[in-house]
Design a protein around this ligand. Structure first.
Ligand code: HEM
Ligand code: HEM
Length: 220
């Protein structure tokens, strides 16, 4: 699989970043919900440290992902009604914002609580507040907690839409983001065999269209 995306599919780089981050974010969320109610113990401190380190990894990967998407090209949008395309773009933007907000609010909360911060015991990170700040601590905690539940809502819409494209519309939206599955033809093979062998989205623009037409859909 090519490293870079092309007009028909996401490249290895974008897919790897998408699914690695999805696993880490969902993992951090589950650990976050579990750890808060634990009784105080060295084990609780270790689990908090793990949660923070995974969350900071998400922040680092987000920076990498945004940089990557500037160099990569987005595949052409699968045909869909304009309102759906608009909704998809809005949810993607919201997901990017939350991928930034959650680690930063967690870091802010940690700083305002006056705790030191390390990444997997290897790298010391600075305090964002320069010491304890009770007022900011409350705000950061609210941002972290409500931000997480907003992420859950956005994720339900996002994953639900991806599954709807796959199961109901039977288009390529999900398949071209998954690591292993092969792309499916746009038209059932039994209906029009010769046409069905063609890719769902042409790799070259139609003769009449300007060469730039496949460059639409800039990176977000
Ligand atoms: C993708 C990243 C992250 C996600 C999805 C996430 C999610 C969560 C969730 C769901 C909770 C439980 C909220 C509650 O019910 O009170 C939580 C708590 C917490 N998170 Fe995160 N978090 C992330 C990153 C971070 C980072 C980077 C830090 C610190 C550097 C951090 C520090 C904390 C702390 C200290 C708590 C405990 C709050 C308390 O004891 O009430 N989180 N997080
Ligand atoms: C925390 C988990 C997740 C986050 C933060 C997330 C975030 C995103 C973002 C921001 C994009 C847009 C990529 C871009 O345009 O640069 C995207 C694309 C995509 N995501 Fe997720 N995602 C998550 C989980 C999932 C899950 C569970 C599924 C499937 C069930 C999924 C399926 C897809 C698909 C199919 C695309 C490509 C859409 C297209 O080609 O227009 N994602 N994801």
């Amino acid at each position: 699989m090519p490293l870079m995306s092309d007009p028909n599919r996401w490249g290895l780089g974008a897919r790897t970043l998408h699914w690695t981050m999805a696993v880490l974010i969902i993992g951090a969320g589950i650990v976050g919900l579990y750890m808060s109610d634990l009784p105080n113990s060295p084990q609780k401190i270790r689990i908090y440290a793990l949660h923070k380190s995974v969350g900071l990894t998400v922040l680092a990967l987000l920076l990498l992902r945004v940089t990557w998407s500037l160099a990569d090209r987005r595949p052409v949008e699968v045909p869909m009604p304009p309102w759906q395309a608009m909704a998809a773009r809005t949810v993607h933007l919201l997901l990017y914002a939350l991928m930034l907000l959650l680690p930063l609010s967690g870091w802010l909360y940690n700083s305002a609580s006056g705790y030191p911060l390390q990444w997997f015991g290897l790298v010391n990170l600075p305090s964002l507040t320069g010491g304890p700040d009770p007022a900011l601590k409350g705000v950061a905690h609210e941002l972290h907690e409500y931000g997480f539940w907003l992420l859950v809502l956005a994720l339900v819409a996002h994953a639900g839409a991806a599954l709807k494209h796959h199961i109901v519309d039977r288009d390529d939206t999900l398949v071209r983001m998954l690591p292993l599955l092969r792309r499916r033809a746009a038209v059932p093979t039994s209906a029009v065999p010769a046409v069905a062998a063609e890719p769902a989205i042409p790799t070259a623009p139609p003769a009449a269209a300007p060469a730039e037409s496949v460059k639409e859909n800039p990176n977000p």
